[in-house]
Design a protein around this ligand. Sequence first.
Ligand code: SAM
Length: 470
Amino acid sequence: MAAMAILHGLSPTPVERSRVLEIACGDGANLIPAAYAVPSSEFVGFDLARLPVERGQRRIAELGLRNIRLFQLDLLAAGADLGRFDYIIAHGLYSWSPEPVRDRLLALISDLLTDDGVAFISFNAMPGGQLRSMVRDMMLFGAKDVEDPEQQVVEGFRFLRLVMEGLPQNDVYRALIESQLQRMEDKNPKVTRHDELSEIYYPVYFTEFVEHAHRHGLEYLSEAQLPAPSDCGYRIEPESELATMAGPDFLRHEQMLDFVRMRAYRETLVCRPGRGIRRGFPPEHFRRLLFATQAAPAPGQGGNPTAFVMPGGMRMESNHPKVSALLLALGAAWPRAVSWDELEPRLARVGLALDADGVGLIMRLSIARMVELRTWNPRAAHEIAARPRASACSRHQALGSPYVTSLLHTSWTFEDAKIRRLLMLLDGTRDRSGLLAAMRAEFPEASEQDLEAGIEHGLELFLRSGVLEA
Ligand SMILES: C[S@@+](CC[C@H](N)C(=O)[O-])C[C@H]1O[C@@H](n2cnc3c(N)ncnc32)[C@H](O)[C@@H]1O
């Protein structure tokens, strides 16, 4: 949120000295790792549901965190006594709530946001929401008499498949239903139950949302993330009829693109009006950002001197000296993010400067998710210590699930039982031989060699994931 605000010319409160509010925070799955990672900031979360809040409160007590509080509260009863916040988050609420709650949500954000504050609101968008709404109606029809939430998803899918099977193979309607079914089948059924089958499903056009926010004294800033490289916004020629029709009005242009994208969902940032938003990414905004890459260099193919590989396996070949110089400089610093002032002397040698060309290159790499834009550096380790310590929050998460949040606030899935056990052992008291002895006791069937190799692999993985503490 801070990086997008700076990219658009705002001066948000530094992340490490801020107050953060999450409205409808559930059990604090998002807020607790953030509070752990930024101990100098204050975090507040509330939710209507008592049980998840109590679960979150237990986790906070077990971790001994003093900069976060969660409590049960109805948004309709929340008010100015909460204080003001530099960052406000409301995820999964707007499109799933009745009108009075939606309206109060924006009013509350407007009441509580500081002058330089940034708020995140996710919502279902049109026109894609129209198609999802049709598919939802069919699923609800198919699951009409079913009580169990997960079984509703099973029955809903079954009915969609029945409808599909009644249609010819190359039918357009069939293809639409199939694409929606595939999208939902890739997700956790609990998420599908909430996102698609909850009692209220209220998708809105982008311009409608922006007008609603405007009525409450909030202005559209940007999306929370840069668009994907495949986004039609990068394909439509500026002199095309579509672009001419949109004219210079940015909001109208965005709405027009949503029709082309058949957009169904947005994660939108808003701020106070008149804060001097500047679009078009002027170079001076980049001086206030930090840059990082997870990409590791690898030998290139076909005469290219260098390839860069991301953790998920995404690979980019480059014979562009400026790209290679930037990624090599950032890769060597990972997980630390580096300022332009620090990079400048090294990159000047290959002629990479913060001019229009340089900004274009950084933006292309950011859109390709090869470069991250950040505003601060967490306490993540740069190298593996003699007695490595993983964040207490990640060790606590690993106790009960494969999902772990790093100090960089990224999510990782560690399915392997040995890897998870190793993570839990990393409390800073054990050196390599202590870790080996503990792993040997836990996994007596494994060979010494395998355990040693597993420990090295695990430590390297945790270092690169940003789970190890400096
Ligand atoms: C899908 S969950 C999202 C939880 C969390 N934000 C997340 O992204 O995981 C929606 C949450 O909104 C909460 N909620 C619904 N109406 C609310 C209200 N009037 N006041 C506070 N919370 C509410 C629900 O209890 C639920 O936890």
